[in-house]
Design a protein around this ligand. Sequence first.
Ligand code: FE2
Length: 374
Amino acid sequence: MSFFVVFTLIYFSLHAFVWARMSLQLDLSWRTFILGLLAALALAMSPYLARRLPETWNPAVVRIVWWAVYVWFAAVAYLFWLQLAALILQLLARLAPSAWFAWLPRGRAQLAAVAAATALILIYGLWAANHWETPSYTVTSPRIKRAVRIALITDTHFGAIHTDAWVDRLVKTINGLQPDLVLFAGDQLNDHVGWLDSQAEILRGLQAPLGAYGVLGNHEIYVGASPSSRFHELAGVRLLRGDTVSLPGTGVQISGVDDPGHSPNAKQATAREVDRLKSALNPGDFHILMFHRPWLWPEEAAQAGFDMEVSGHTHGGQLYPFSWFVKIYYPYLAGHFEAHGSHLVVSRGAGTWGPPLRVGANPQIPLIILKPES
Ligand SMILES: [Fe+2]
């Protein structure tokens, strides 16, 4: 089954559960419930339809549609979790002495409480998505010749949702960290790449004396490597696609590999690609691997000679409690990890995928400070 079918079925099931609970709480007729299910089917397909809106449409109109579709996505997610919690409490209330659950609202009052809590979460999530954290991680090594400040940017997901003003604020925030180097670890782009020339121009305002480098994430593979390369060229970001560069005077080398996208045996294929980079590494330098997904660390990355890997992709779960599920596939969800002298830095990402909200996973611009060992 295609990703679209699986996604739509899951999203429809969330709608159906929420609508079934609402119908009971409001005491609606079967006929109304069935009609509502048809509307739920249309809503379940709305993210897919939004992605298909052509670039010939007015960007402002598409932006409004995307916001409506994806804020609704977050609303349905939280309506689902809160309705599920209310149902579990109601079932427990049947088993326990009645006085214990006297506070639990029922019927319309329960629905009103769930809707109000969802609205508060959405307002918080919209606010949180626009407030970057800038955690700083210091890494020392005798092979680093001088201090290098690296701003790690991942998962900006430029597209219909974000305005030029948002990109401008991002660039100003990065410049405020006074980086020597900016690394873009994938998923810079999301959709409607033909509209993003102005955002690429804004990225040219990044101030980093050692330059800006990037890798392709899974979303650059989805929108196409060729338009993605063009965007990065316009933005003044050099893509590392199986390449290695030396940063003069620092003792630091940076390598990058493409995300494997949907390719079969994705992990093994990238492990081979990383192993192939070995021959380009100067012995005695400090080696950084840029790979969008926090995979291959520590074993494969360290075996190939890398001292540090920088990644994104997880979004830290983006909307709690999805972080629980993301952590099953990506145990290094976000932060700085160290094992046997090898480092991994995973960013929660600067932007959002789908809903322009973050709950319990604030957006990040990590600053990595490389220092010579004194
Ligand atoms: Fe990603």
